[in-house]
Unconditional design. Structure first.
Ligand SMILES: *Cc1c(COP(=O)(O)O)cnc(C)c1O
Length: 376
């Protein structure tokens, strides 16, 4: 599914140097490497002519979401709207804070949050909306920002899968994924488009006050050692991870381009195949293809995935069930047949190998095997 060895081999001398530099500095938590990485990522995310965002590194993408919600003052009894079709983190952090996750369905073609459903889900208790820019392209931020502006409910963008993606709609709104709402959050889990050699994450914001608060929350709720102004957590990015990320950051766009090229090739090979739907390109967003996810019709997704496994071809199912089917979230009170698009996607999505090292030959073989295993 993911091949990290190519890039790691190409960057080995630089990565070795970076790691040795941190060991020599004896500064393992925080410090120069972490600050420099935050600055460099901010510069990278900035859109030409726009302002550089504040970047707050933290321990992982799940913490980034939690810190964002804590910074916005989400507490017990509040409601936070999230998609039903997402990785568990998006919902988990809401529940951890004692707030209530309010699930909405997604669009069946882009896999992103249904804005109509968001509109309907808003109540007096709604304190945040978390769109997830799933698989690499932006949710309909134009609509969501309009809702946010009208209702005063802030948006936290889960950008774990879509770092560097750009939203741009016909009415002149354009922005970087993660920089359009109050907060954006991301993950540097090794398989993400920008991955480190362990866990890592970050938050972004244009709001100085929120940035200061988030920074404090990530570090036990204080700016000065042994002084704690608010209740915080321990969520810091290791200096070694920051140093590795600084080596990899300059290659992020090149990597995204390689993914887009691979996606175009899959599109070409699969576009006219009966029983397969290729991922829709959202007209208002670029796509950085964290995943290349097709839909397999006729209830044959699981058999196809098993058959491909026998042929030595890995595939992924992101995600095999909606959040409302997860045992831990039964208490939210949803019914099994709520969120029909999510339910259909959970039974039909199949992600094909997608990474920066894919060759045309590999892709041709993957599709050859897929076609031969598909029973029309
Ligand atoms: C990976 C991911 C996260 C969590 O990131 P971690 O660093 O693993 O905590 C959150 N949301 C989405 C959509 C993700 O894909």
């Amino acid at each position: 599914m993911v091949d990290l060895s190519g890039m790691n081999a190409r960057l080995k001398p630089e990565i070795d140097d970076a790691i040795m530099r941190v060991i020599a500095s004896e500064k393992f938590i925080g410090g120069e490497e972490v600050n420099m990485f935050a600055e460099e990522l901010g510069e990278k995310l900035k859109i030409k002519g726009g302002e550089t965002p504040y970047v707050i590194p933290c321990a992982n993408g799940t913490d980034a979401l939690q810190i964002a919600l804590m910074s916005l003052g989400i507490v017990s009894g509040d409601e936070v709207i999230t998609p039903a079709f997402t990785f568990i983190s998006t919902v988990e952090v809401v529940a951890l804070l004692g707030a209530k996750p309010v699930l909405v369905d997604v669009y069946p073609d882009t896999f992103n949050m249904d804005c109509e459903a968001v509109e309907k889900a808003i109540t007096k208790k709604t304190k945040a909306i978390i769109p997830v820019h799933l698989f690499g392209q932006c949710a309909d931020m134009g609509r969501l920002l309009e809702i946010s502006k009208r209702t005063g409910v802030p948006i936290v963008e889960d950008t774990a899968q879509s770092l560097m993606s750009i939203y741009c709609n016909g009415s002149g709104l354009s922005g970087r994924a993660g920089l359009m709402g109050k907060f954006g959050t991301t993950s540097f889990f090794p398989s993400k488009n920008l991955g480190c050699f362990g866990d890592g994450g970050a938050l972004f914001t244009h709001d100085k006050e929120l940035a200061t608060k988030a920074q404090a929350i990530a570090n036990h709720g204080g700016q000065i050692r042994y002084k704690h102004d608010i209740v915080g957590i321990n969520s810091r990015l290791d200096a070694i991870q920051a140093a590795i990320l600084r080596v990899k950051l300059p290659y992020l766009e090149e990597g995204n381009l390689a993914r887009q090229k691979a996606a175009n090739m899959y599109d070409e090979l699969l576009k006219d195949v009966d029983g397969i739907e290729i991922p829709k390109r959202e007209a208002n967003s670029t796509h950085v293809f964290h995943q290349y996810t097709i839909q397999v019709s006729g209830n044959q997704r699981d058999d196809l995935s098993e058959a491909l496994k026998e042929d030595g071809i890995p595939t992924g199912i992101y995600y095999p069930m909606g959040i409302h089917h997860q045992p831990a979230y039964k208490n939210l009170g949803y019914r099994a047949d709520d969120f029909p698009n999510t339910n259909y996607l959970a039974s039909s999505v199949l992600s094909l190998p997608m990474h920066t090292e894919l060759t045309n030959l590999q892709q041709t073989r993957i599709v050859e095997r897929l076609l031969s295993r598909l029973t029309n």
